[in-house]
Ligand binder design. Sequence first.
Ligand code: DQA
Length: 141
Amino acid sequence: MNILIINGPNLNLLGKREPSIYGSQTFEDYFEELSQNYKSLNLSYYQSNHEGDILDKIHSVGFDIDGIVLNAGAFTHTSLAIADAISAVQTHVVEVHISNVFKREAVRHHSFISPVCLGSISGFGLDSYRLAIEAIIKSNK
Ligand code: DQA
């Protein structure tokens, strides 16, 4: 099973960025752990700070792979274009947030992408990504 994790803007700074909210582990470290724990999956990882690059990536894999785990970062709250890209492709997309966005500022409570995703997982730290992978595995059974 092929699953791609896409991280959006500022998530390249995990480990250094506001550790009280996002923790102190880098995503590269966490991804290594995940890959070890899911050796039977073909897991891959892509990060971009640019909305258009995220659209291009969703388009290029979205008709072929078994699922996308998407943390769109702040684009979650602004991007109709990413929502449209998710609607356009065939694969299941699970929305992920490290922090519990509903405990935070009101501007983070609205997501353009929730209505077009298989589901949303928010607030479990980096473990949110593992939970999303589990959801994709079950949805492909
Ligand atoms: C985030 C939450 C967003 O509101 C924020 O803009 C991020 C990270 C999270 O993973 O908790 O960049 O998606």
